[in-house]
Design a protein around this ligand. Structure first.
Ligand SMILES: Nc1nc2c(ncn2[C@@H]2O[C@H](COP(=O)(O)OP(=O)(O)OP(=O)(O)O)[C@@H](O)[C@H]2O)c(=O)[nH]1
Ligand SMILES: [Mg+2]
Length: 333
């Protein structure tokens, strides 16, 4: 998937199965004059169940299928034979999925653990067959319970924790390129602004078995919070990232000024964004020779003061391991 592998909000319709009818069968057999009631129970309708899956990172798979219906229970039959239960339907969701009732907005549940299962609509109970209703006064009841109908519901799935690290930068800063070298995502990359139109996600493999999620969003420009450019559509996504990684290209005319503009846009959009951990990466460092880098380092250090910064190059791979180490350290503070 190239562009648009980013789905963090989806509405789905779920329906559980009806319970099967209990049977009213009366036993008939040659030479057995008074065969009693032997109608079996109806099977339970299938449930719709949400299940946490740690290897999923988006709700993309719901883009193509939004209606889910569990199987109906089968009816009971003679010889006290119970109908089979309807098949359950499992909806696998990433961890951090919040489930809401689409109508009321009420939060129904949150899936936070791998393998966690929550019934979202329960299958209808099967009806009991007539043999349960045999009494001393009614030896041949012709009555059995009907099955309970299944339920339907519209639910909204929302991913709360989307990515650990969100990339913030002007168009052309090299955000998508960085995502493409740190993860197996293949975002579109080009030397013109607004190449990225929709956010992309990638998983950064760290050391042997660890990983974290990085999100690349469209470039932000001055005035984004008031609706300029595209970035404002996506600013809400970085509200969910725990670290903001600012990317500022080394050939920028003024690194600290660019940083201040970006920071200001975030603040105008939502001041709480400034509470997040921040790290500045000066990208395209391959454009600098050693001397220039040292000069820039001194200057930026003076201007940015308390904000940590580092030089990287996606092209030459310069500083990438150190960047991952720093991000990992911040995430696990
Ligand atoms: N020299 C050099 N060029 C780079 C580097 N990283 C990216 N570029 C170039 O910078 C241009 C923009 O890269 P993108 O990754 O598309 O930038 P972006 O920040 O995703 O841009 P938008 O999606 O438009 O916001 C492309 O021509 C890249 O080849 C780098 O490390 N060094
Ligand atoms: Mg891009």
């Amino acid at each position: 998937m190239t562009e648009g592998n980013f789905v963090d909000y989806v509405k789905v319709h779920v329906a559980s199965g009806n319970g099967g009818k209990g049977s009213t069968h009366l036993h008939r057999e040659k030479y057995v004059p008074k065969g009693g009631p032997d109608g079996g129970d109806g099977g339970r309708g299938g449930h719709v169940i949400l299940k946490g899956n740690e290897s999923l990172w988006t709700l993309l798979h719901f883009k193509f299928k939004r209606h889910f219906k569990a199987g109906h229970g089968e009816h009971g039959s003679k010889n006290r034979s119970s109908g089979a239960d309807g098949a359950d339907v499992y909806l696998e969701v990433p961890l951090g999925t919040v489930v809401k009732d689409s109508l009321t907005g009420e939060v129904l549940m949150e899936i936070t653990e791998n393998g966690q299962e929550e019934k979202i609509v329960e299958g209808g109970m099967g009806g009991r067959g007539n043999w349960h209703f045999k009494t001393s006064t009614n030896q041949t009841p012709r009555y059995a319970q009907p099955g309970i109908p299944g339920q339907e519901r519209d639910i909204t799935l929302e991913l709360k924790v989307l990515a650990d690290v969100g990339l913030v930068g002007f168009p052309n800063a090299g955000k998508s390129t960085l995502l493409s070298v740190l993860t197996s995502a293949k975002p579109k990359i080009a030397d013109y602004p607004f190449t990225t139109l929709k956010p992309n996600l990638g998983i950064v493999k760290y050391r042997e078995f660890k990983s974290f999620v990085m999100a690349d969003i469209p470039g932000i420009i001055e005035g984004a919070a008031e609706g300029k450019g595209l970035g404002h559509y996506f600013l809400r996504h970085i509200e969910r990232n725990s670290i903001l990684l600012f990317l500022i290209p080394a050939d920028s005319t003024d690194v600290s000024q660019e940083y201040m503009i970006l920071l200001n846009e975030l603040k105008n959009y939502n001041p709480e964004l400034l509470d997040k951990d921040r790290l500045v990466a000066i990208s395209k460092a391959d454009l600098l020779d050693e001397e220039l880098m040292e000069e820039m380092r001194k200057e930026v250090k003076k201007d940015l003061k308390e904000v940590p910064f580092t030089f990287i190059s996606s092209v030459s791979q310069f500083g990438l391991q150190q960047l991952k180490d720093t991000l990992w350290g911040l995430l696990n503070e």
